[in-house]
Ligand binder design. Structure first.
Ligand SMILES: [Cu+2]
Length: 473
């Protein structure tokens, strides 16, 4: 099978999945079923200002930043703001988002094992509700450390990041009241704690035919340096008006599955349709975010070269299991807490608030779909498309005609021209292979998108029309 056919098969397979998206399975999700949940008890807790756990004063020093233990360690400050904003939802309109620093997920913290994290949560005056921050990378008394921060105030706590890995952080609600709403409307993020002596080299299983004509094992090794990604999974439970629907949450009745805050946020868009010679026609059937007018919310693809070590930080921020699989690939290694959990596995399961680091090498040029291999999740948004190498002849020809192909050829991936989406890339660490460029992409406010651009990320909705206009003169 040639590579072009391979691509077409992949796209048609996804087209079949997409066909169901706006069909019966989707509409049945929208209606929801009433549940006998005792909402009044939750309302009472909320009215009380949350559950107040009474603890002896001896425990009240949790997260103290004046500890002698912190001398001679690197202190990393991590300021966050807890703020409610409206953000766009799949299919049009907005939803009532709750955010850390106007983005879903919140900013990623990256430290080295042994560093001190100094976390400050500010809640602006006028914010409708208090917020808190529970960081799973810490080992401190939850009370009072993760307690509610009132509007117009801020709170700081410190801890040593002792254990390497990926960790959820999330709003703790109003002393745990309404925590579900705050988290599932967007108040979550990750902390990456790099191992103090670095990431291990990666072994990939291969075979070869040796000089005697025998098939033999040919294990291939890649250094610990890697091209890195971050993917965070979450369910959205929304009313038609875009507010939080607790009944749907208790029923596990998912409306959308978001990856980094956005259902179907990493699929082709209008730009790829254009470059692929299909202006005005979708090359991927489910393209709900494909207009350049959507700016930072237009969907973007993930581009990687073949034969390169990729390291993916994955966190299940949601309410359902994540059966992480990449269609067309095998996960070469799965690590948690710097201990290898599996190697050469097709799929790895993450429960709620569970994480992993997936290491893999994309073997041949083509199109690959990272999914939560739960069909309800795939059809509600958990499909993330990687394009490995330069497998799309039409795009190659168009890019050549526009005079922009050299950047792609040099990097072995289309990110050499289009960049990779800013929000899919964690902050760089010592063993990060830097992406050739980033594009502005996030489920975030215009201010956050502008900050990405100020850091050098490309606004494709500006750059691509300019390139096309210049080429046509
Ligand atoms: Cu909150």
């Amino acid at each position: 099978m040639n590579k072009r056919m391979n691509l077409m098969l992949t796209i048609s397979a996804i087209a079949v999945m997409g066909g169901a998206l706006f069909g019966s399975s989707f509409t049945s999700q929208m209606t929801g079923a009433a549940l006998g949940t005792d909402q009044s008890a939750l309302d009472k807790i909320h009215a009380m200002g949350g559950l107040e756990l009474m603890m002896p004063a001896a425990f009240a020093a949790g997260g103290n930043c004046d500890s002698d233990e912190y001398a001679d360690r690197t202190v990393v400050e991590f300021p966050l703001t807890g703020v409610s904003i409206d953000l766009p939802r799949l299919g049009g309109g907005t939803f009532s988002a709750m955010t850390f620093s106007e983005q879903i997920p919140g900013p990623t913290l990256r430290v080295t094992q042994g560093d001190v994290v100094k976390m400050t949560l500010s809640v602006p005056d006028g914010e409708a509700t208090p917020h808190g921050n529970d960081m799973h990378a810490s080992q401190v008394s939850a009370v009072p450390t993760f307690g509610a921060v009132q509007p117009g105030t801020e709170k700081t706590y410190c801890y040593i990041a002792e254990v390497p890995g990926v960790y959820k952080y999330h709003c703790s609600g109003v002393n745990i009241a309404a925590m579900d709403q705050h988290v599932l409307q967007g108040m979550y993020g990750i902390a990456i704690v790099d191992p103090i002596d670095g990431y291990s080299k990666l072994m990939v299983e291969k075979t070869t035919v040796n000089a005697n004509g025998d098939v033999a094992r040919d294990r291939q090794f890649h250094s610990g340096d890697a091209l890195e990604w971050q993917l965070q999974y979450q369910q959205m439970y929304l009313t038609d008006a875009g507010t939080y629907d607790a009944t749907k949450m208790f029923a596990h009745d998912t409306v959308y599955t978001a990856v980094n805050g956005q259902p179907f946020g990493y699929v082709p868009n209008e730009i790829h349709n254009l470059l692929n010679g299909h202006p005005g026609t979708n090359i991927f059937v489910a393209q709900p975010w494909n207009s350049m007018d959507l700016h930072q919310y237009q969907s973007q693809l993930l581009f990687t070269p073949t034969g390169v070590h990729n390291r993916i930080f994955v966190e299940n921020q949601g309410n359902e299991p994540v059966y992480f699989h990449i269609v067309g690939e095998i996960l070469d290694r799965v690590t948690q807490g710097n201990r290898v959990q599996s190697g050469g596995t097709e799929t790895w399961l993450l429960g709620g608030s569970q994480n992993m680091i997936v290491d893999l090498v994309f073997d041949e040029p083509g199109v690959y779909a990272g999914v939560n291999h739960d069909y309800a999740a795939i059809y509600t948004g958990a499909a993330t498309i990687w394009v490995a190498g330069l497998p799309l002849p039409t795009i190659n020809e168009t890019a050549t005609a526009l005079g922009v192909v050299q950047g792609a050829v040099d990097t072995g991936m289309y990110a050499g021209v289009l960049g990779n989406p800013y929000d899919a890339i964690p902050p760089y660490g010592e063993q990060s292979i830097h992406h050739p460029a980033k594009n502005v992409h996030c489920m975030c406010s215009d201010d956050v998108a502008a900050a990405q651009a100020a850091e050098g990320a490309v606004e494709l909705w500006v750059a691509v029309p300019a390139i096309i206009a210049a080429a046509s003169e």
